[in-house]
Write a protein that binds this ligand. Structure first.
Ligand code: GLV
Length: 330
């Protein structure tokens, strides 16, 4: 019986070798659980060499899984001369040196498709919270202010708002779908105009802001998009404008944003991401027109499981010479 099983089970030495790149103590057991049947996993934290954890097998390694957002730097990549694929486990891949990957012809994948529905739900939740003041109302009741101060001031309606989506990829498209159902109108900014949608397109984000009540940031952080929401864009959005950020903190010039919010030069913001996480500008704590969230937009247990399966599917496709499922246009 035992020898029969040995005949059908693959010899582990024949399985492709895959490097898991992450920062301990990040818990990667779910990745190991899903990938181990198909790959030999190289986990640097289990290797004895302290200086160059990849050294012995690095020369032949063709694929790396970037778990979490631990940086995949040029230095890391330089230790892996045969690398052809970096599989990201997150939607955003700004922690990976994309320029170096492009230069070396290394393909990169992300898990945007697995996370897009949860991220879009969260963007809508933040927007409703900012407009209708849900969290502020909650604080009002808990702090016992209702009997003392009377009715809470009326807040704003979602339906009818002109929403400008910055980045109409997997996540932005799901946001658009949801907000159309709420009766909002949609316009967008992205690297290129998309033939597949009829929403108004603005090549310049300040022009989008001028024509929007709300900006929702869903685009990747790159050299081009860093601080794209600057003073000009916020002035263009105007005093009644709202910013929702579920992308990356550095899409916005955070210092300027804080000033605009403190001075009442925009109406409010819903922020899941910050420039220097987990640190949040303290001035924001005192503002009732801001909803703060600790970078939780994309993840639910369900989407996390889907993301791990997408990581596996990308690896399997690569080692079978089939098209990658979620390549990043790099
Ligand atoms: O922010 C989370 C992600 O990029 O997956």
């Amino acid at each position: 019986m035992a020898s029969q099983q040995n005949c059908t089970e693959p010899n582990r030495e024949d399985l492709p070798l895959v490097l898991l790149h992450y920062q301990p103590p990040f818990d990667i057991h779910i990745f190991k659980h899903h990938l181990r049947p198909y790959f030999r996993l190289l986990d640097p934290s289990e290797l004895p060499e302290p200086t160059n954890p990849f050294s012995s097998r690095a020369k032949s390694l063709r694929a790396l899984v970037s778990v979490g957002i631990f940086p995949v730097t040029r230095e890391t990549l330089s230790l892996l001369p045969s690398l052809e694929l970096v599989v990201g486990s997150s939607a955003g891949v700004n922690h990976i040196d994309l320029q170096e990957c492009r230069r070396r012809g290394i393909a990169v994948t992300n898990t945007g498709p697995a996370f897009c529905e949860d991220a879009a739900d969260y963007a809508v939740a933040l927007l409703i919270d900012v407009l209708r003041r849900l969290s502020a109302c909650d604080r009002y009741v808990r702090d016992g202010l209702w009997p003392e101060k009377g009715d809470y001031p009326l807040a704003l309606k979602l339906g009818g708002k002109r929403v400008g989506i910055v980045g109409l990829g997997n996540i932005g498209s799901e946001v658009a779908k949801r907000l159309l159902a709420f009766g909002c109108s949609i316009a967008y900014n992205s690297r290129r105009k998309k033939d597949s949608v009829s929403f108004p397109y603005y090549a310049n984000v300040s022009d989008l802001a001028t024509n929007s009540d709300v900006l929702i940031l869903c685009c990747p952080l790159t050299d081009e998009t860093r601080h794209m929401i600057n003073k000009d864009a916020m002035n263009a959005l105007g005093k009644e404008g709202v910013i929702i950020n579920i992308g990356r903190g550095a899409l916005v010039d955070e210092k300027e944003l804080v000033q605009f919010l403190v001075n009442g030069d925009i109406r409010g913001a819903g922020l899941d991401v910050f420039e220097n996480e987990p640190h949040v500008p303290e001035k924001l704590y005192a503002l009732d027109n801001v909803v703060l969230s600790p970078h939780r937009a994309v993840i639910t247990p369900e989407s996390f499981e889907a993301a791990v399966k997408l990581v596996l599917a990308n690896l399997k496709a690569f080692f079978s010479n089939e098209p990658l499922l979620s390549p990043v246009q790099n």
